[in-house]
Design a protein around this ligand. Structure first.
Ligand SMILES: Cc1cc2nc3c(=O)[nH]c(=O)nc-3n(C[C@H](O)[C@H](O)[C@H](O)COP(=O)(O)OP(=O)(O)OC[C@H]3O[C@@H](n4cnc5c(N)ncnc54)[C@H](O)[C@@H]3O)c2cc1C
Length: 387
């Protein structure tokens, strides 16, 4: 192949996945990350079957299966621990060909990083300007020793929720908005066996996912005004979730205060009209930040990366046509998943009104197992492009 060169803005899960997908198709890649160190903050992650197939196609499946915990999501419980909806895990695995994978974010990030040439990764490189011409795209970034300009055949904007690339190339777009909930999460040592499952109370959710090696990832979400902070986040969580079913109080008790992360949840209420401008493509949260209710944000970023690699397999020559194909394949699906995730949050975690809450709970109990399975599998049933 010609010396096709791509610059990836952002070294999160999306950016590193894109760099790896392009690298595996013969591209030279340069990842520019503004942080001083390449690492993933954040606790654990559920990779649904689509994301597992994505990491398999990037050659990372065996390492991640060794470093994580494979299990189909178990279903939904009420705060007293009664199952409202249960997924037939055996049938789900039979249909999708794989379990989901609970994994520590740091493990996924490290596995991606180690699969890339170290010389392609640049930290302390904050991208300030991106411009696309007909034949090349240009990036200006600030490093410790001043400003630099680089050009390439392709630039990938993988710079997350507050994407500078999105803001610059789609200046009319309103950007992300608060979705109405705040999430707390932590990865902790918890060797007792626990099913991957979620629990709903009025306006509240608590989820738990084993992530291998005696570790567990839990997350909690509540309806709350944006921008809040508690002097002691764990104490505030114990107040809300302390009388929920086992092992929730034990999980909170086993959590060191410093392990707790708190994030307001944002999404794009107005979807982008395109993920592509000239030779620049957006990917991951830069393109479609979504609520976490379907556990699909990173999964969609991985899908984006795999598809981007596949459409760019021909090298630098066909980039405009390749990016048109990328937009056509990725935008409808990722925006549908983002929409479904928002709706799942509104009718799941966020439902607070007592009458609506009681009706929803009753309805959940009536849903046949095969219907629950179909709705769980709906967005997880994706396969990488052939070839
Ligand atoms: C509470 C919560 C739970 C979640 N749970 C799940 C889950 O179970 N499963 C799942 O699939 N997804 C989940 N997600 C979503 C998932 O975390 C994100 O979708 C995913 O991490 C996005 O990755 P990204 O690489 O696109 O963006 P980011 O992780 O935000 O990475 C962007 C990178 O770009 C860098 N950057 C930004 N600006 C610049 C710049 N100007 N120059 C250079 N670098 C820059 C940043 O420093 C960062 O490293 C969850 C999200 C939340 C909030």
């Amino acid at each position: 192949m010609d010396d096709a060169h791509a610059i990836v803005v952002g070294g999160g899960i999306g950016g590193l996945s894109a760099a790896l997908a392009l690298h595996r198709h013969g591209w030279r890649v340069t990842v520019l990350e503004r942080a001083a160190e390449l690492r993933e903050v954040g606790a654990g992650l559920s990779l649904m079957a689509n994301a597992v197939r994505g990491v398999d196609s990037l050659g990372l499946g065996p390492a991640l299966r060794r470093g994580g915990h494979g299990e189909a999501p178990g279903g939904v419980r009420n705060r007293h621990g009664r199952w409202l909806s249960r997924v037939d895990a055996t049938e789900m695995v039979r249909q999708l060909g794989t379990t989901a994978l609970g994994v520590h974010r740091a493990t996924l990030h490290r596995t991606l990083r180690e699969a890339l040439p170290a010389s392609s990764l640049h930290t302390n490189a904050k991208v300030e300007h991106v411009e696309s011409g007909p034949d090349r795209a240009e990036v200006r970034y600030r490093g410790p020793d001043g400003s630099h300009t680089l050009d390439a055949d392709l630039v990938v904007g993988a710079d997350g929720l507050r994407s500078q690339v999105r803001a610059q190339l789609w200046p009319q777009h309103p950007g992300p908005v608060y979705a109405g909930s705040t999430a707390w999460r932590a990865a902790i040592a918890f060797p007792d066996p626990v099913p991957a499952a979620i629990t709903w109370g009025p306006g509240a959710e608590f989820g738990m996912v084993p992530i291998g090696d005696g570790q567990l990832y839990w997350y909690a979400a509540l309806n709350a005004p944006p921008g809040g902070r508690a002097p002691d986040e764990l104490a505030a969580l114990r107040e809300h979730f302390g009388d929920w079913h086992a092992p929730i109080p034990a999980l909170l008790a086993a959590t060191p205060p410093a392990a707790v992360l708190r994030n307001d949840i944002h999404h794009l209420a107005v979807p982008l009209p395109s993920y592509v401008r000239g030779r620049v493509a957006l990917l991951g949260d830069a393109a479609h930040p979504m609520t976490p209710n379907l556990g699909q944000g990173a999964g969609q970023a991985i899908e984006d990366a795999v598809v981007l690699g596949a459409v760019c397999a021909g090298g630098a020559e066909g980039v405009p046509a390749a990016l048109a194909a990328y937009d056509a394949q990725r935008r409808p699906r990722s925006q549908a998943v983002a929409r479904a995730s928002y709706v799942a949050g509104r009718f799941g975690q966020q439902l607070h009104n007592p009458i609506a809450f009681t009706m929803r709970t009753a309805a959940l109990r009536l849903i046949p197992a095969r219907v629950a399975l179909r709705s769980m599998a709906r967005y997880a049933d994706w396969s990488p492009p052939a070839g």
